[in-house]
Design a protein around this ligand. Sequence first.
Ligand SMILES: NC(=O)C1=CN([C@@H]2O[C@H](COP(=O)(O)OP(=O)(O)OC[C@H]3O[C@@H](n4cnc5c(N)ncnc54)[C@H](O)[C@@H]3O)[C@@H](O)[C@H]2O)C=CC1
Ligand SMILES: O=C(O)[C@H]1O[C@H](OP(=O)(O)OP(=O)(O)OC[C@H]2O[C@@H](n3ccc(=O)[nH]c3=O)[C@H](O)[C@@H]2O)[C@H](O)[C@@H](O)[C@@H]1O
Length: 480
Amino acid sequence: MVKICCIGAGYVGGPTMAMIALKCPNIQVVVVDISKPRIAAWNSDELPIYEPGLDEVVKACREKNLFFSTDVEKHVAEADIVFVSVNTPTKTRGLGAGKAADLTYWESAARMIADVSKSDKIVVEKSTVPVKTAEAIEKILTHNNKGINFQILSNPEFLAEGTAIEDLAKPDRVLIGGRETPGGQKAVEALKAVYAHWVPEDRILTTNLWSAELSKLAANAFLAQRISSINAMSALCESTGADVSEVAYAVGKDSRIGPKFLNASVGFGGSCFQKDILNLVYICECNGLTEVAHYWKQVVQINDYQKTRFVKRVVSSMFNTVSGKKIAILGFAFKKDTGDTRETPAIDVCHGLLGDKALLSIYDPQVTEDQIKRDLAMNKFDWDHPLHLQPQSPTAFKQVSVVWDAYEATKDAHGVCIITEWDEFKKLDYQRIYDNMQKPAFIFDGRNVLNVEALRKIGFVVYSIGKPLDPWVKDLQVSI
Ligand SMILES: NC(=O)C1=CN([C@@H]2O[C@H](COP(=O)(O)OP(=O)(O)OC[C@H]3O[C@@H](n4cnc5c(N)ncnc54)[C@H](O)[C@@H]3O)[C@@H](O)[C@H]2O)C=CC1
Ligand SMILES: O=C(O)[C@H]1O[C@H](OP(=O)(O)OP(=O)(O)OC[C@H]2O[C@@H](n3ccc(=O)[nH]c3=O)[C@H](O)[C@@H]2O)[C@H](O)[C@@H](O)[C@@H]1O
């Protein structure tokens, strides 16, 4: 029986390994992690991450051919294939701080693999890493003097949160990069055989190591670039009276452009887009490609601009101050159908409003009070380290309350900000919300999910990203 071990039981390691176990009953899969609470949660009824469909997949294979353990060394030693899916955060200190990937966790995993291995292994990069990382990993692994053969493969993951199970079950492609040596190609074939249990052969792409590593960074950069492009257009729409949804539809109808990923928003969030683009920027700079670095950096800068622009709209619309005013924040996760708050635009929007002394009442159906308060207190990039290395106790914020109902959040509020596109926000009774708010009552839709005309009929002053401006908002002199 082939034995797979995955180091890192996070958003990628957990669901990916669960899918392999489900589709390959003849393979034993063990997911290991240094975090005891995380492994305990994977072994319980309350999985550590919220992901539609994940419970069913895990329950179908757990304790059969899928196991979760903190006994990292034992399971790595026994495995034929070791996936490494640990954190690769942005460096906060030293060379490349604020841009380069911090490979501390990867390096320590590689050193541990080298130390405990007694048999040949295929080591698979599942984490997103800078191009050429495999070279460094190879050096760590092959300097073991034990005569053990390690083959390094790059097999980046393309799943998106909220649709992880769907993405894993029917991937657009699986990408495997390996050395162009007989040993390297044999390893590529072995990994290909795992995915071939359920992925059609023409969707399993094989490349050299560096192409696979770089394709992952490139894919995220292209995706984020589309969002920054439409968000840049949203600002121009507001200045000209064009409607960003109509523009996106018309542009996306061109089959060369396509309709997906053109939803204007308060800004993209999530653990990877910003991190991976900054990493790409750093790699370009290191290779002397200043113009290329500058080009990709703009994608992140437009994203920051979009979040700031949103806050300015809120403050300027409400008589240029939100000091002492209650503002309801509906949604804190970085997108719907996940409880993940990593790099969510909600953090920047809340900081912006708190900076203007607003009183925030926050509601998200999947994010706990503890998480929200820790997020608001954390330094930039600190969130992307293993849980036990993050600040544990939430800071008390006098200006912030977290509630478990949208009606409670909006009661007596002056304004409402929609930050996450949860389906339930479309179905709220906005007449009831209006009746219970201070007047004039403002709604700022950062996701374009609400019916603007219906809200205006009720009496709200409405701002919706990239849509023709409410006369109230239009008449304001704002520098955005
Ligand atoms: N979250 C996502 O949707 C995607 C993430 N990725 C990439 O996958 C990688 C992992 O991301 P996530 O799963 O989101 O991170 P995560 O933070 O959810 O999980 C990483 C896990 O690795 C564990 N870990 C760290 N060092 C370890 C070590 N030495 N030994 C054992 N366990 C260790 C941590 O305790 C943590 O549970 C990152 O490189 C990320 O860029 C790629 C595609 C999608
Ligand atoms: O490397 C990763 O971590 C993953 O990053 C993204 O996945 P994810 O961040 O989970 O979610 P997305 O659906 O890409 O959304 C990212 C952000 O962009 C925003 N977004 C997305 C689409 C859009 O049209 N507009 C928009 O503002 C979302 O609301 C969210 O805040 C990619 O879609 C995955 O392919 C990739 O594997």
